[in-house]
Ligand binder design. Structure first.
Ligand SMILES: Nc1ncnc2c1ncn2[C@@H]1O[C@H](COP(=O)(O)OP(=O)(O)OP(=O)(O)O)[C@@H](O)[C@H]1O
Length: 242
C-alpha cells in the first residue's frame, strides 16, 4: 500500500517531558521533541539556552532528571550496542587520540562498526571531507577546521540511522559549510534522521524540515524554519536569518 504523505511519520527519536537540572538549577524544563527517519530538526537559541544539554540527553550521553528518551522504541542508552550501532554523534567536545593519524581514526571507527572494505571506504570519506592530503597527519598538526572535519568524518565513516550534531559548522570555511549542507541533504535523502544544534541560521533554512527555538531551557517556538526565523530569535536585534 502506498504511504500516505500527510500521515504523521513514526518517531525514530522521541523525547517526552525531558528535564535536566545541574546542582538544583533546572536548565531544561519539560521538553517534548520527536524526530522521524529522513527528518532534520534544527535546534536554535542563544548561548546557554540548553541546546547542547538537550542534544547530550537525546544522545544518551547525559541522563535526564525527568522524562524519557526513546530511540526506535528502546530506552536511549549509549551503552546499548543496538543503539550505538545506529546513532552517530558529533558532540560539543573535541575528542581524539593524539597518537593516531587522521586515516587511523577513521579506520578504527569503521572497523569497530564492522564496515566492509573499510580502507576503501575510509579513502572515500577522506576525499568527501577534503582530508585526503592530511590523511597521515596527527590531530596536533591539523587546523581547527580540519579537526572539525575529522570529527564529522568519524560520524560519517560508520553506519547510522540517527545523526546528532552539535554546531558541526563551527570553524568551517564557507566552502566547507556549503559542502556540509549538501552532505546533510544527502543524509536526509538516505533516510537518516538529523538533530542539528546550530547558530548558523542559513544552514537551518537550507537543510532543516523544522526549527525549534529554545529559550532558557524551554521551547519558545517551532515550525518551518523560514517561519520560525522570520519571527526572530531571542536576543537578536533584528528578525530573519543572519
Ligand atoms: N555540566 C554542567 N554543570 C552545570 N551547568 C551546566 C552544565 N552543562 C550545562 N550547564 C548549564 O546549562 C545551561 C545550558 O547550557 P547548554 O550548554 O546546553 O547551552 P547551549 O544552548 O548549548 O549554549 P551555547 O550556544 O553557548 O553552546 C547553561 O546555563 C549552562 O551553564
Amino acid at each position: 500500500m502506498a504511504e500516505n504523505p500527510t500521515a504523521p511519520r513514526r518517531a525514530l527519536l522521541q523525547l517526552t517531558g525531558v528535564r535536566r537540572s545541574y546542582g538544583g538549577r533546572e536548565v531544561l524544563h519539560p521538553v517534548d521533541l520527536a524526530l522521524a527517519a529522513g527528518e532534520c530538526v534544527a535546534l536554535l537559541g542563544h548561548n546557554g539556552s540548553g541546546k547542547s544539554t538537550l542534544l547530550r540527553v537525546a544522545a544518551g550521553r547525559d541522563l535526564p532528571t525527568g522524562g524519557t528518551v526513546r530511540f526506535d522504541g528502546l530506552p536511549m542508552d549509549e551503552n546499548d550496542p543496538r543503539i550505538r550501532a545506529r546513532v552517530a554523534v558529533v558532540g560539543d567536545t573535541v575528542a581524539h587520540y593524539p597518537d593516531l593519524t587522521v586515516r587511523e581514526h577513521l579506520l578504527l571507527v569503521a572497523v569497530a562498526h564492522g564496515v566492509a572494505d573499510a580502507a576503501d571506504w575510509v579513502d572515500q570519506v577522506l576525499e568527501g571531507r577534503s582530508l585526503t592530503e592530511r590523511a597521515d597527519a596527527l590531530p596536533s598538526a591539523l587546523s581547527s577546521g580540519q579537526l572539525q572535519a575529522l570529527l564529522l568524518a568519524c560520524a560519517l565513516v560508520r553506519p547510522r540511522d540517527l545523526l546528532l550534531l552539535d554546531e558541526p559548522e563551527q570553524r568551517l570555511d564557507p566552502e566547507a559549510r556549503r559542502r556540509l549542507a549538501e552532505l546533510l541533504k544527502a543524509e536526509l535523502a538516505d533516510g537518516v534522521a538529523v538533530l542539528l544544534v546550530t547558530h548558523h541560521t542559513d544552514l537551518a533554512l537550507e537543510v532543516a524540515d523544522r526549527a525549534v527555538v529554545l529559550e532558557d531551557g524551554r521551547i519558545l517556538r517551532q515550525g518551518p524554519p523560514a517561519r520560525v526565523l522570520a519571527a526572530g530569535l531571542p536576543g537578536a536585534g533584528t528578525a530573519g536569518p543572519r
